[in-house]
Write a protein that binds this ligand. Structure first.
Ligand code: MD3
Ligand code: FE
Length: 203
């Protein structure tokens, strides 16, 4: 049963659980081809979350800024294709939330070890702001923080567990959001880490 968090924000609890072994196997194949790495942000700090991508485009950051790139700056090669298991899951989750024609061209893979967090931010690097964003949580739990359209103001804390899927559309795409520091834990399939997949139409 979908839980409505906002006008156009949906939580699909455990939506990915039935395919988790195939997803995890395919994620590990992607990571073997495009390594997880901690990116720098403008200003020079290094993110605690390690990232890689699959798809036609990948989100990258360095001291000069954020952008979508068709190639992995670390190797100069194209990103691996989005594995069928990941693509099908993203499309079906979007459909379940009422977005019938979502064709993601980018999948960002975020890896949180114990102590990692993602500071409050907006996602506004995509060309097509009418497409939804689909996010899949795997592994150990985290608390997601959902705010408004400015950095200040009240924030909703949403616990995210293995297999949970979030779908964001329309105006709610521009809400500030982040992930609180991840606590040490173990997951039977994924181990002592949290993996988040974020599917987008970037171009
Ligand atoms: C709300 N990732 O990669 S996913 C990100 O869990 C990101 O790794 C977090 O924020 C993570 O940019 C949160 C849930 C999510 C994704 C996109 C959103 C929430 C969102 C876009 C708009 C509003
Ligand atoms: Fe984000």
């Amino acid at each position: 049963p979908a839980i409505q968090l906002q006008a156009q924000a949906w939580l699909l609890p455990a939506f990915a659980c039935s395919v988790d072994q195939q997803l995890w196997a395919d994620i590990q194949t992607v990571i073997a081809q495009a390594a997880l790495r901690q990116m720098q942000i403008p200003g020079g700090k290094t993110m605690s979350v390690a990232m890689t991508n699959c798809g036609d485009y990948g989100w990258v950051s360095d001291r000069s800024g954020y952008r979508y790139s068709a190639t992995d700056p670390q190797t100069g090669s194209s990103w691996p294709a989005i594995p069928e298991s990941l693509f099908d899951l993203a499309v079906s989750a979007a459909k379940a939330a009422g977005f019938d024609s979502f064709l993601p061209d980018a999948c960002l893979i975020n890896r949180y070890l114990t102590g990692c967090k993602m500071s409050l931010h907006q996602d506004k690097d995509e060309q097509d702001m009418t497409a939804p964003i689909v996010s899949v949580s795997l592994g150990i739990d985290a608390v997601f923080q959902l705010g408004g359209f400015t950095r200040t103001g009240p924030k909703l804390k949403v616990p995210l567990a293995h297999g949970d899927v979030l779908v964001w559309g329309g105006e709610d795409r521009l809400r500030y959001h982040g992930v609180l520091t991840v606590k040490q834990a173990q997951h039977p399939l994924v181990g002592g880490q949290r993996i988040n997949l974020t599917f987008r139409k970037s171009n």
